[in-house]
Every structure is written in structure tokens, then in C-alpha cells.
Design a binder for this molecule. Structure first.
Ligand SMILES: [Zn+2]
Length: 238
């Protein structure tokens, strides 16, 4: 019999202890895993991480899987999660000692979709440093949240899990999707990796905006050239 028994959902404590055991064993074998660790009650604390998690509610059909996914990710069941271009690979604790393997594929954003977003960005993003330092400035909020923004729609994602659940989205997939939210919370630049966006284009747009603002300020404040008398006056020659 599995450690959970057959007819009840595992408790958070049971999932957690199994997860810890699994991670320890992997380490002993020299495998490098990146578990999703949730500190505190919230899966994500930044607006972008939180918005990612809220976006998952678009999968309303999988309501109870989403709920179980949240429980699993909070219990540290996502023992490994790797984000690469257009892809998430994860391992999630299940009812056997071996974690289930999950693969999530997300369509990369097409150039046609990215171009207007970058254009919009160049008028808004005043702070390239924040982006480089791994913080999404508030100016980008709208780009993520509005329709046609940077978050993938359900149609743009497909997933697969090695567990026997009949539902397309099992709790392991749901836990992994929330795990992505937690990972992006700490490292938002991974979002660009995931969607196949070249981050330097965003930074260029931000810099272009800064130069434009500087030129505008220069125009309005200091474009008048001083004549000799004024300069002399400044230095107290007159
Ligand atoms: Zn599964």
C-alpha cells in the first residue's frame, strides 16, 4: 500500500515529509534539483507572481485540480522545476515514492505580438535597472494583465504528466503551474525566457525612452545659449 492509503487525500504534512525524503535521496545521488519552496502563506508576493497565479483561474474547468495544485505546491511537493524557452519541466510528489514527471509547453510569443508590446513599453518603462535587477516596474502591470498581454492563454499551453489521472490537468500539473508563479516571483526575468522574448529589446525600449525624456528636458530648460555678458555676469566679472 502507498504511504497515503487509497481513499483519502494526503495531508500537507505527509506530502511535505515525502518531498523532503525524495529531495534528500536525489541529492545523495548527485542530482541537482530546484524545488519550489513557498515561504509563508502566499504562493507569490509580487504583483507579477500573483498575477500569474490569478491567470491560472482561466482554467475554470479544472477548479478542484487547481485547488489541489495550490495545496501541493504549498506543501513543497514540486521537488524540481526548470524553466527554459517555451518549456517547464518539473517533478512532483505523488502517491508513489518516485515523483511524477511533468512537461508543460507554452507557445512562444510571435514577433507580431511582441512588437506592439515593446512599442507600448517604450512609452512607459522609465526604469531599465529595475528590470535588469529582477523587478518588474509597475509600469509593466498593464502589459501582463490586460487581454492579449504577456500571459499565455489556455490555448497556448499544453501539458503532460506521467501519473494515471484521467483529467488533462491533474493536480501535479496544477502544482507545477503555481510553482512557475512562485519561481517568477523570485526571478521575473525567467518570464521572458519562458515566452521566448529577448529581454534586451525591452531594455533597449526603456533606454530609448530615457534618452527621449532627457532630450525633451534639454529642449525646454537649457537650449538657450548664453551670451558673453551673461557668462561674465555669472563669474562676477562685470
Ligand atoms: Zn499528474
Amino acid at each position: 500500500m502507498g504511504f497515503y492509503g487509497y481513499y483519502r487525500q494526503p495531508t500537507v504534512a505527509e506530502i511535505r515529509s515525502q518531498a523532503e525524503k525524495t529531495i534528500r535521496n536525489a541529492k545523495k545521488k548527485g542530482m541537482i534539483w530546484e524545488p519550489v519552496i513557498i515561504d509563508g502563506k502566499k504562493i507569490a508576493t509580487s504583483w507579477w507572481g500573483d498575477a500569474w497565479c490569478k491567470n491560472l483561474e482561466r482554467y475554470a474547468d479544472y477548479g478542484n485540480r487547481l485547488e489541489r495544485g495550490r495545496k501541493y505546491v504549498r506543501a513543497c511537493a514540486v521537488v524540481d522545476l526548470q524553466i527554459s524557452e517555451g518549456k517547464v519541466n518539473s517533478k512532483v510528489i505523488g502517491s508513489s515514492t518516485k515523483p511524477y514527471e511533468i512537461e508543460i509547453n507554452i507557445n512562444p510569443l510571435s514577433k507580431e505580438k511582441i512588437r506592439p508590446i515593446i512599442k507600448k513599453c517604450s512609452g512607459k518603462l522609465a526604469n531599465a535597472e529595475a528590470l535588469i535587477a529582477g523587478k518588474f516596474p509597475d509600469e509593466l502591470k498593464e502589459l501582463f494583465i490586460e487581454k492579449g498581454g504577456l500571459f499565455p492563454t489556455p490555448k497556448e499551453i499544453d501539458f503532460d504528466c506521467s501519473c494515471p489521472d484521467w483529467a488533462d490537468m491533474c493536480k501535479h500539473v496544477a502544482a507545477s503551474l503555481y510553482g512557475v508563479g512562485a519561481r517568477l516571483d523570485k526571478n521575473p526575468v525567467l518570464f521572458f525566457t519562458l515566452r521566448g522574448i529577448d529581454i534586451s529589446e525591452f531594455i533597449d525600449a526603456a533606454l530609448a525612452n530615457r534618452v527621449e525624456t532627457m532630450l525633451e528636458n534639454a529642449d525646454s530648460k537649457s537650449s538657450r545659449i548664453m551670451d558673453k555678458n551673461e557668462i561674465d555676469g555669472l563669474f562676477g566679472v562685470l
